[in-house]
Design a protein around this ligand. Structure first.
Ligand code: HEC
Ligand code: HEC
Length: 251
């Protein structure tokens, strides 16, 4: 895979969002795009489908509005859930997607103008979450150590703390995270939280490998977290937290 986490991370630096402002309803697709999406989808060094780039969007447009909106909403590869804005409504997010698609030649309308479209998006969202869940059960634990996974994937963002990622070894940044507890923190990061993409952007990572990488970072940052994959009870608690969080997100 030739994905450029580091470049993505660098571009994320400029995603400074006034979150409260974004939660207000009458936000046009264009306004939201400028605030929350342009940092990655505008002119920049990130591997996100670029605004107005017909070639980059052609495939997405062919997939259809419901699928593409739902996948972006849930998070896909390095696209963080909801574009990294947790308190966004599906309608507002969908308007920004439609705005971007129109700029690339599609005739997509704002989703709240069509009840059946909104319904289709919700159905695709459900399907996407279920597919991710099913995959989580079939991806085998290849036994990569936490340190190896960290080196291969996480360090691109977590080494220096780009995009607001808590840097490995930064005790101050990790203190409040450690307080959340290992099961909760691991579960939230696995599903993606704010600018953290689901599974660090790698669908092919097993939950065990991901959890070991979280423990590896926590250990280096003042926590005494163990490798959870040798502790069946802890793994069950992580899975329970994932289920809980998924139900919250599905609302
Ligand atoms: C932190 C960077 C980042 C931000 C911020 C961001 N995106 Fe993305 N987005 C990406 C990347 C990277 C991809 C490409 C993912 C891939 O296909 O590998 C992507 C892909 C997408 C896709 C295509 C999903 C698919 O089915 O492949 C949509 C739709 C999308 N983004 C919408 C948005 C919207 C709307 C916003 C703002 C609310 C936003 N993005 C903010 C990085 C970002
Ligand atoms: C593309 C960049 C990127 C990659 C790759 C990445 N992260 Fe993150 N991560 C982030 C960002 C940004 C945050 C901060 C999210 C926030 O709190 O706003 C974060 C936050 C986290 C958190 C704290 C979650 C919370 O609840 O606040 C954990 C744990 C985490 N990452 C683990 C990992 C692991 C393990 C990997 C590798 C498998 C990884 N990350 C790969 C960007 C990344």
């Amino acid at each position: 895979m030739t994905r450029h986490f580091f470049r993505l991370g660098m571009a994320c630096l400029c995603v400074g969002l006034p979150l409260a402002a974004l939660a207000k309803p009458p936000l046009t697709g264009e306004a939201l795009y400028q605030k929350a999406c342009a940092a990655c989808h505008g002119v920049g060094p990130v591997e996100a489908p670029k605004f107005g780039d017909h070639a980059a969007w052609a495939e997405l447009i062919a997939e259809g509005q419901a699928v593409v909106t739902a996948h972006g909403w849930v998070g896909v590869r390095e696209m963080p859930p909801r574009g990294g804005v947790p308190d966004l409504s599906l309608e507002a997010f969908g308007r920004a997607v439609a705005y971007m698609a129109r700029a690339a030649g599609a005739d997509w309308q704002d989703p709240e103008l069509s009840a059946s479209l909104l319904q289709a998006i919700r159905a695709e969202e459900k399907a996407r979450r279920q597919a991710l869940q099913a995959q989580a059960h079939t991806v085998a634990d290849q036994g990569r150590s936490g340190a190896a996974v960290y080196e291969a994937i996480c360090r691109h963002c977590h080494e220096t703390g780009v995009a607001g990622a808590p840097a490995k070894g930064d005790g101050k940044a990790w203190r409040p995270l450690l307080r959340e507890g290992q099961a909760t923190l691991t579960a939230h990061a696995w599903l993606g939280v704010r600018a953290m993409p689901p599974r660090g952007g790698h669908d092919d990572l097993s939950l065990e490998e991901f959890s070991r990488a979280v423990a590896d970072m926590a250990q280096a940052s003042g926590g005494d977290w163990r490798d959870p994959s040798v502790d069946a009870r802890l793994m069950r608690r992580i899975r329970a937290e994932i289920g809980k969080r998924e139900r919250q997100l599905a609302k």
